[in-house]
Design a protein around this ligand. Structure first.
Ligand SMILES: Cc1cc2nc3c(=O)[nH]c(=O)nc-3n(C[C@H](O)[C@H](O)[C@H](O)COP(=O)(O)O)c2cc1C
Ligand SMILES: [Mn+2]
Length: 461
């Protein structure tokens, strides 16, 4: 069964996870606040003020429970399951047409200011936040897909934030030749496409082939109208265009994943839009960013997967159970059963040094700590960590360029944008298996008398 945004809306509906908002909502003044508040339910706005005829889907996923629904699993099994699925790839299948070609607007017919893009934060202007940008390496022909925030700057113009990763590398090649970089941006699809796009792996990884692996069948693509890229045939909206070589304009501010506005703003690249293709009843996709809202969920799963698959092979094999990306996205807690002295520290170094730039605080806990309960993580740090040996600070490491605690030697907009600062590992595990029962005994958690047999609910009125 193909998966698209329509099947996803039905999945949410069937799981009673979708709220239909029929009262009028203005995307510039009200939608951001409603999305930010809706941590439990996905929202389908059916009456979008000022943009008649449009519907907008947001907070879908609103939380890890929704993400687990998209993967067909539970929150507890989400990262190990998604990590396994991320190893599979399916080549894309070219088809002649699809719903994405129902409406085709070119040249002066293009007006992206008519899209119901919302204003996310109180200091901002409208952004397309759910656009997945496709670009192709001019030397190898390898396709890359990534999220890039797009600030609407006119009927055919957006700004774009491009963190130095794969898209940036492809842009560098075009700019060195002073040639525009063709891009196609698809908006609105099943969340597994978004998860694939936010995955960071080797440069050769085609994220649409990964999306095929995640949905369990090849992604069907159609040719674009104005460039030689291909896009999913069943997306809601596609913007075709080009990034103008060596052009930079002010971009930002924008609500970002860590709950701050000042993130990457400055002189950033500019996209010229040449064509829009879409479904005749296209549904727009809003993404609210900020801590623990939709934008974070699209980070937490692919980042967790990438780090999980990276660390599970450290030293040949790690008794790794699970991990969780913490609020703000700069922290990761790993649940493992260390076998050797120093093994947890070695794994935590891997957490800080994976394809993912964000991790700054890496914490390891044992299998008896529920990582989905922050109370338990703090308990483990407080009771199983001896700071003089279990906390190590690594100064002067490359960190995420939006981490406000870091020093920024180069600003955004260029290939060397980064920040540098400290990172920390916190080993909150008890003595490893090799230490033996006697060494581990003081760390055995108490069990109240009658545990697991005497249940409170049987005694309550
Ligand atoms: C909601 C969301 C928004 C994002 N916005 C941007 C962005 O504006 N610019 C950017 O460079 N990366 C952004 N990212 C991160 C990239 O999409 C992600 O790191 C991706 O893996 C990069 O792909 P690449 O490694 O193929 O370049 C965003 C990720 C998510 C989940
Ligand atoms: Mn990539």
């Amino acid at each position: 069964m193909p998966k698209d945004m329509r099947t996803w809306i039905r999945e949410l509906e069937d799981a009673r996870e979708l709220a239909h908002i029929t009262k009028p909502v203005h995307p510039h003044t009200q939608m951001g606040s409603l999305l930010y508040q809706s941590r439990e339910k996905a929202l389908l706005f059916e009456n979008v003020e000022g943009f008649q005829g449009w519907k907008v889907l947001g907070m879908a996923p609103a939380n890890l429970r929704h993400a687990a629904l998209a993967y067909g699993t539970t929150v507890e099994k989400l990262i190990p399951t998604a990590a396994q699925r991320a190893l599979s790839r399916k080549p894309t299948e070219l088809v002649s047409t699809g719903p994405i070609k129902e409406v085709i607007l070119k040249g002066n017919e293009v007006d992206i200011t008519k899209l119901p893009a919302h204003i996310a934060g109180s200091e901002e202007t409208p952004y397309i936040a759910a656009g997945l940008m496709i670009a192709r390496d001019p030397d190898t022909g390898i396709r890359n897909i990534a999220f890039h925030r797009l600030q609407i700057k006119g009927p055919r113009k957006t700004g774009a934030l491009i963190v130095p990763r794969h898209t940036r590398q492809i842009l560098d090649k075009h700019e060195a030749r002073n040639e525009p970089m063709p891009v196609s941006i698809f908006i609105g699809h099943h969340p597994l496409y978004y998860m694939a796009a936010a995955s960071t792996g080797p440069f050769e990884m085609d994220e649409l082939e990964l999306a095929g692996g995640l949905i369990g069948e090849p992604v069907k693509v159609v040719k674009c109208e104005t460039n030689d890229l291909e896009v999913p045939f069943d997306a809601e909206i596609v913007l075709e265009g080009q990034i103008l070589p060596n052009v930079r304009e002010d971009e930002g501010p924008f609500s970002e994943f860590h709950d701050y506005y000042v993130a990457g703003m400055g002189k950033n690249p500019v996209v010229q839009i040449d064509c829009i293709t879409m479904r005749h009843d296209a549904i727009f996709k809003a993404i609210q960013n900020g801590s623990e809202v939709e934008g974070c969920i699209f980070h937490k799963v692919p980042f967790g997967v990438s780090v999980y698959n990276h660390i599970k092979n450290i030293g040949g094999y790690v008794n790794l159970h699970n991990l969780l990306v913490l609020p703000g996205l700069f922290g990761i807690v790993v649940q493992m059963t260390p076998r050797f002295y120093g093994e947890a520290k070695q794994v935590l170094m891997g957490v800080l040094s994976s394809p993912i730039l964000h991790p700054k605080v890496a914490i390891a806990v044992d299998e008896d700590v529920n990582i989905f309960n922050y109370w338990e993580i703090l308990w483990a740090i407080n009771t199983r960590c001896n700071p003089q040996e279990d906390i190590v600070v690594i100064p002067g490491a490359r960190m995420h360029p939006m981490d406000p605690t870091g020093f920024e030697p180069f600003p955004p907009g260029g290939p060397y944008w980064h920040r540098v600062g400290g990172k920390v590992i916190i080993d909150a595990t008890k003595p490893p298996l090799c230490a033996g029962e006697q060494a581990r005994k003081p760390f055995e958690r108490l069990k109240p008398m009658g545990w697991e047999t005497v249940r409170l609910e049987d005694f309550l009125p």
